[in-house]
Design a protein around this ligand. Structure first.
Ligand code: PGA
Length: 249
């Protein structure tokens, strides 16, 4: 059985005051029956880890460098994320791929570094609107998976997030059939590459405009094991609705 996961990505949002949202979330879910993860900006990570200590909620990073240390001004290593209290890191988010020109091989190197440090890696894949309209979605996702997911992946250390770029922060969501088609494709590909045992144990998240009002139907789609949530993870009240929907799935 794959454990369900509700993951929040705060992106470049949140200063000290935002920790009160995390505290509200811990009060709402003292012992959630699904995994609940919040990925705040790196500046808040250590304090966020302290805020959730002893609860079922965990914290993660939004990116890491592939190397463990060295002359890389401004970067953060996976070991540093672990030291700050993270157990997971988001890698290859489309905003990183776009803003920082991250290629599949960069994402793969980062994922290796993260897994070597003992982190779970949420590797993001997803097509642009042009690619979907040209009916290239599965080809794009397949290429991103081959290029970005390292060989050392297991059901424990790998989570794949399907995030259509055109659905992120736009309020647009693919149809349930479209989500199911991609998630089934990702599952089949993982089983082919890693074998059925591992392929079946990797958790698959959907991301892109998930909110309390659409979460339940999305969680009902086959091979959707949870969500990666941006905007609706910033407020405890919104994110709670998503966690509740996942608990009921
Ligand atoms: P959104 O972002 O929920 O605000 O659409 C999702 C994401 O980028 O992970």
């Amino acid at each position: 059985m794959r454990r369900k996961l509700a993951a929040g990505n705060w992106k470049m949002n949140g200063t000290t005051a935002a920790l009160s949202e995390l505290e509200a979330l811990t009060r709402a879910f003292p012992s959630p029956t699904v995994d609940v993860l919040i990925c705040p900006p790196a500046t808040l990570l250590h304090r966020a880890a302290e805020a959730v200590r002893g609860t079922g909620i965990t914290v993660g990073g939004q990116d890491c460098h592939a190397a463990t240390s060295g002359a890389h001004t401004g970067d953060i290593s996976a070991d540093m994320l672990v030291d700050a209290g993270a157990n997971t890191v988001i890698l290859g988010h489309s905003e990183r791929r776009e803003d920082h020109d991250e290629q599949n091989e960069d994402v793969r190197a980062k994922a290796r570094g993260a897994m070597d440090a003992g982190l779970k890696a949420i590797i993001c894949v997803g097509e642009s609107l042009e690619q979907r309209e040209a009916a290239n979605t599965l080809e794009i996702i397949g290429g991103q998976m081959s290029g970005s997911i390292p060989d050392q992946s297991t059901g424990e250390n790998l989570i794949v997030a399907y995030e259509p770029i055109w659905a992120i922060g736009t309020g647009k969501v693919p149809t349930l059939n479209e989500i199911g088609e991609v998630h089934d494709f990702i599952r089949a590909r993982l089983e082919r590459r890693f074998g059925e045992g591992v392929g079946r144990s990797v958790r698959l998240l959907y991301g892109g405009s998930v909110k309390p009002s659409n979460a339940a139907e999305i969680f009902g789609v086959s091979n959707v094991d949870g969500a990666l949530v941006g905007g609706a993870s910033l407020k405890a009240a919104d994110f709670s609705g998503i966690v509740e929907a996942l608990e009921k799935t």
